[in-house]
Write a protein that binds this ligand. Structure first.
Ligand code: NAD
Length: 273
């Protein structure tokens, strides 16, 4: 076991699945004490139990990130158990697609915004006081390349991910201004092969219907490196931002997307046809 975040206490929201689960695992293997939270009461405890058996210090707390009351309880519990919080990874998120924005219900708009944007606001509001008690730390907000560019059928999702991108920069400035030693950055994954793709309704097969999306198939067309990313490849970026190796990095955007946001390529195979 190496130790890039040895001695640090980390909270990871949405830690039961996909990118969050990979972050929990990597931070724990790199020496952190990790508290994973999620609404998934099946996979969250299983992940924590598996990592504990492997010698890691991981626990699971049930948490809906949209509940302010629960945020107060979760941060108090971490303070009681561990006495400090050094790394806050605000990762929980959902994605809701619609054929056109006119098909989006206000209820779905609000549900997605409550998790992706309000949840991030609450995470920062309630973790900052505990982080400040011990002289600083690192806040990492999970945005998306769809927080940098638009995408048909995902306007609401783009609005939340663009929102957290600038929210992170503003909090980075707040923290720098008071000199509390807290750095705040956003991470922008491209197409990553996680369960989110099976949960994302696109309405492509007709309004209100779920069309299954194969991330690998989509990535072969859309990603310059020609494949979907793996959750662990996002976790590696989060590890860098969580560790002291990034001590001079705040208010920035870490894009991990196989080149998607940089431009497009014509593959040799396709060009030779
Ligand atoms: P995922 O569905 O595998 O994991 C998301 C986790 O969030 C799940 O465990 C889910 O139970 C949890 N969650 C949902 N609502 C919650 C709530 N109200 N409170 C607490 N937890 C809740 O998806 P993922 O791909 O791992 O996504 C993680 C983050 O990465 C999300 O913010 C997503 O928008 C972002 N992202 C993913 C991709 C991708 O291609 N997979 C690309 C860009 C950004």
């Amino acid at each position: 076991m190496s130790a890039q975040v040895q001695g640090k206490v980390a909270l990871v929201t949405g830690g039961a699945s996909g990118i969050g689960a990979a972050i929990v695992e990597l931070l724990a293997h790199e020496g952190a004490t990790v508290v994973a939270t999620d609404i998934d009461e099946s996979n969250g405890p299983k992940l924590a139990a598996r990592l504990k058996r492997a010698g890691c210090d991981v626990s699971f707390l049930l948490q809906d990130v949209t509940s302010e009351e629960r945020w107060i309880e979760v941060v108090a519990e971490i303070g009681k158990r561990h006495g400090r919080l050094d790394v806050m990874v605000s990762n929980a998120g959902i994605s809701i697609g619609v054929p056109s924005i006119v098909d989006m219900s206000l209820q779905d708009w609000r549900r997605q915004t409550a998790i992706n944007l309000d949840g991030v606001f609450l995470s920062v509001k309630h973790s900052l006081p505990l982080m400040r008690k011990h002289g600083g730390g690192s806040i990492i907000v999970m945005s998306s390349i769809l927080g940098l560019r638009g995408s048909a059928s995902l306007a609401g999702y783009c609005a939340t991910k663009g929102g957290v991108r600038l929210f992170a920069k503003a909090i980075a400035m707040d923290c720098a201004q008071v000199g509390d030693g807290i750095r705040v950055n956003s991470v922008h994954p491209g197409i990553i092969d996680t369960p989110i793709w099976g949960k994302t309704p696109t309405g492509a097969a007709g309004a209100g219907q779920n069309a299954p999306i194969d991330p690998e198939e989509r990535a072969r067309i859309a990603v310059p490196l020609g494949r979907a990313g793996q959750a662990n490849e996002i976790a590696q970026g989060v590890l860098y931002l969580a560790s002291d190796a990034s001590r001079y990095v705040t208010g920035t955007e870490l894009v991990i997307d196989g080149g998607t946001n940089a431009g497009g390529v014509v593959r040799a195979q396709a060009a030779s046809r």
